[in-house]
Design a protein around this ligand. Sequence first.
Ligand SMILES: [Zn+2]
Length: 401
Amino acid sequence: MLRVILLSFLFICSDIVYGSELNNVPQYHQVSAESGDGVYSILRRYKLLDANCNIAQFYVLNNLDKNSSLVKGKKYQIPVLIFQYNGQSIRSTIGNDDWDKAVRIQKYNEMLLSEGLRKTSYRASKILWVPYNEMHCEGTTNKTIAVSNPVAKPSEKKETVFVDPLYGKEHEKFTLVSNDQKNKVFYIVSGHGGPDPGAIGACRGHSLCEDEYAYDVALRLAKKLKENGAKVHVIIQDKNDGIRSEDILPCDKDETCLGKAPIPLNQKKRLAQRVYAVNSLYKDYKKQGISDQYFISIHIDSRSESMRQDVFFYHSPLSKSGKKLATNIQETFRAKYKKYRTSRGYNGSVTARNLYVLRNTHPTAVFVELANIRNVNDQRRILPQSNRQYLAEWLYEGLTK
Ligand SMILES: [Zn+2]
């Protein structure tokens, strides 16, 4: 019943089928918890315990915190991605040329079949199961299956646990997944905030404020970076928002700079405040000998309502490293859209632009525009939380290329 009501609301916003703008995004496999099942026993059954990032992803997928127990009979998403097997090869199905990886995935599917965890072979059913870590956690593990190796007991694994209430109740606890980004510093700045909501769109009678959506993506990106060992500074903060799962995010004005300073209304003062905050931190890290420092400003501005706008990037005209960074992220988006939005190409650009925040910040800087907040098709990129998560993960991939 609830679902029916929700759907009818969703259609009011858009006459096109609402949901993901991505038509080819793999879904996660779901399993019902059996009597006595915990997070580790389910993951062990599906041979997913060897990569820490699978464990972390299980908590994220199911909105669970570390101490949650599972409810018998309830369905949970497990970190196994479902791909439509193209009948040719695993490598072309998942868009990755790594031969060893393909062999591991093949063995994984065959083993699950032999253990009765899946009922048909991937060749017959054209459904390929791919462990999450094979797609998303490069470098954190090179083994997916440890058939002959005993699986390490959870208690034997040393875990670094972060607790940061900034990410919200459901996301405040998370674990270090890798040290891939160690010794790198990232400054994440969501556009606008405080008295300035940025651009405003509309959906189902609600206002869509640019700063709220930019902030949600910013937090998701920050968390991902932190999970991979980076030092991260979320410059614009909202103490009571956190990462949110709703598609309509209410507008508010209580954002601050670094959790303390109110944000001025005057545009010049507002931008100077965040630039000063970034540059002060930059200097401290520089003194410690850390020079890999990156700045990203996230926006969702408005254009005319009819204009669709793919994700695009600006860099400072004089910054070669900024241009390189912007191009890296653009290339990541191009590859993702080729794979996941097969209905339409990708036209996001990289342009030099003399913007105050790009010109004045010391770290390598990039400015990203995620969508046109007034365009109904573009809104589908930012309203469902799953799409905001994809945006954050792709930004992460591009930033860390
Ligand atoms: Zn903006």
